[in-house]
Design a binder for this molecule. Structure first.
Ligand SMILES: [Zn+2]
Length: 303
């Protein structure tokens, strides 16, 4: 308990967080007492997770008010874990709950930023699915890049061997306006897919990227480009991207000198805070307290 209290009390940053999926289940139940919402503990890969989201999360979202509530619950859950700095992606597909008004979605996010500004440094990111129509990505993406609300861009979705070159231009636009660029890659896909994503998009940071551990060349490229890997250990185990925490390649990446951070991904789905993960990693002998503290500071340093 002493360890847990100590870890909880430390100021933290969460830099891999999908905003409307980032709430604690207890908080969700307070606001939706009639809803049966149980997280399964593990999922049948990415497809299993998507199936759960469609069945259980999307069912909660009847209107823009529900989306705003899920995001509000998310930010409060971060505050409750003493997260002082939060980079969370806002899925642009959520605009459909706002009568397809991108402006209304941006305003809602801006209002949450304002509402909690004394408690948390919240930096919303433009969340884009790899399966999105490119013309829509460009049209909506530019509006978001030009808005004051967003500080970064994050590309995510299924990691099949998709050619990401269609997103090159929107990443360039984001970079030209000093937005931080992130791409999800190398959670399920191999080390070469990480190299391809780096060469195509030139991201500042990679979300997951854990399969880099399988290739010394990929690790070297990450080190040369000083790319930080924003890892979510409990998510990786729950989605069976790694068989157990003990087998997690983050230890190897850390030992090779890669800058890593530990994050929630989707608190609502994996039922795990940053404190929970810090505690588990120390208790399972993966990292010492001092190492976890260094990893914690890695995340804060990006702010
Ligand atoms: Zn993610």
């Amino acid at each position: 308990m002493a360890l847990r209290n100590k870890l909880h009390s430390l100021p933290k940053a969460d830099v891999h967080n999908h905003f409307h999926l980032s709430g604690a289940v207890e908080l969700l139940k307070e606001h939706y007492p009639d809803v049966q919402f149980e997280t399964p503990g593990s999922f049948d890969g990415f497809d299993g997770m998507m199936h759960f989201i469609i069945q259980h999360v999307n069912a909660l979202m009847q209107s823009s008010d529900d989306v705003i509530m899920l995001m509000d619950i998310g930010i409060r859950s971060s505050i409750n874990d003493n997260v002082k700095h939060l980079e969370a992606s806002v899925d642009l597909g959520l605009k459909k709950y706002f009568d397809n008004s991108l402006e209304a979605l941006i305003n809602a996010v801006g209002q949450l930023k304002e509402k909690y500004k004394t408690e948390i440094d919240f930096r919303p990111e433009i969340g884009i699915k790899k399966s999105s129509e490119l013309d829509e990505v460009y049209r909506d993406g530019i509006v978001c890049i030009e808005s004051e609300v967003f500080t970064g861009i994050d590309l995510y979705g299924e990691e099949s061997y998709q050619d990401l070159s269609g997103f090159k231009e929107i990443f360039q636009e984001a970079r030209a306006r000093s937005k931080k660029t992130k791409v999800h890659i190398g959670e399920f896909s191999d080390a070469q897919s990480i190299v391809d994503a780096i060469e195509t998009l030139g991201p500042d940071e990679i979300q997951h990227g854990i399969r880099a551990a399988d290739s010394e060349e990929t690790i070297q490229l990450i080190l040369d480009r000083k790319i930080r890997l924003n890892i979510c250990p409990h998510s990786n185990v729950a989605l069976k991207a790694v068989s157990s925490l003990k087998e997690h390649p983050m230890r190897k990446l850390y030992d090779e000198g890669v800058i890593i951070t530990i994050n929630t991904d989707d608190h609502l789905l994996f039922n795990s805070t940053i404190t929970d993960q810090f505690e588990d990693l120390i208790q399972q002998g993966m990292f010492t307290f001092e190492e976890i503290d260094e990893i914690r500071k890695n995340a804060i340093q990006g702010f």
